[in-house]
Design a protein around this ligand. Sequence first.
Ligand code: FE2
Length: 383
Amino acid sequence: MTTTHPAPIVSKGPAEDPFPLIGNDAVVFAVGNARQAMHFYRSAFNMRVTAYSGPETGVADSLSYVLESNEVRIVVTSAIRQDTERGAWLTDHVVRHGDGVTDIALTVPDAFAAYRYAVGQGAHGLAEPYTLEDDFGKVTLARVAAYGDTVHTFVDRSRYSGPYLPGYVAYEGSSGCRTEEDLFQAIDHVVGNVSLGEMNSWIDFYKRTMGFSQIQEFTDQDISTEFSSLMSKALADGSNKVKFNVSEPAPGQHKSQIDEYLDFYGGPGVQHIALATDDIVATVRSMQAAGVQFLKTPGSYYDKLADRVGQMRFSIDELRELNILADRDEDGYLLQIFTAPVQDRPTVFYEIIERHGCKGFGNGNFQALFEAIEREQALRGNL
Ligand code: FE2
């Protein structure tokens, strides 16, 4: 194993952080049917629908629903006509990628400064800072390009008290949630897949344009089967609130799972979003009861787990029953599990993660995860 241990994470004070971030603002999806996608996140992920925009709010060409669970915010948008620039763009995004992430939006203290810094460091600017306004106040936004068709919107919402953004109204329908309690606390990390040979330039992009630091690396020596492998690097912003990973396929005998993603997504894009929970067993039980499918873990994994990870808050039997993975580093342990893809294409999926000190990404589990995904890939005939 040649895994690099996580570098000690030192939070930078505001004075030395060239690109201060407040946190993840939202992960925005373009989908084929926002009303049904909203229902999925509400019923399966028990997320609250908090805001809406559409024809009733003066947006003639698309529907958007905002879903929240504590600090997690997911927005699903679909076009309802395509004779406008935005409607045509949304439709085209879904035609090319299926349901997928258009925007990993970041909350910033100053959208002008964020945009100026990122573009000054070589990011491709897509929208210079602009301000939207309604009765709840003002929001300033700016936008830069990321991998594939993915973008980052910088959002300064410090002068805004509305439910999401100007133009959105509080959602009036029934919450539809199964339980009052939110299942997730925050977005832990977001992972992008890029083409072979592009990972390092995207890692450099985040270091250069947004002040991120590399915190971990997985090589094809760490993650491989006899058929295929992948490489991945992890980044954190100066305050450690935002973590991104970028992965690329590594050459192997057969098609890597990253290649399968790239083929079906039609290029680079967001592969998975990790949601932090403070009770992974209750969260997974709740999601399973609602029909969410998780990747299976071979029984042999659990035979060695107690020796590898030691004492944890849940018993090995509970983890085995629910297919939850565990890993430990010098700072503590983590528990994690991965859903099956959440749309027709074998592209975007979710990770559920509970951390107890451990700042890594489950190095010891990458191999088990890789094998589990590869088994499902083989069932699809794409290995
Ligand atoms: Fe992950």
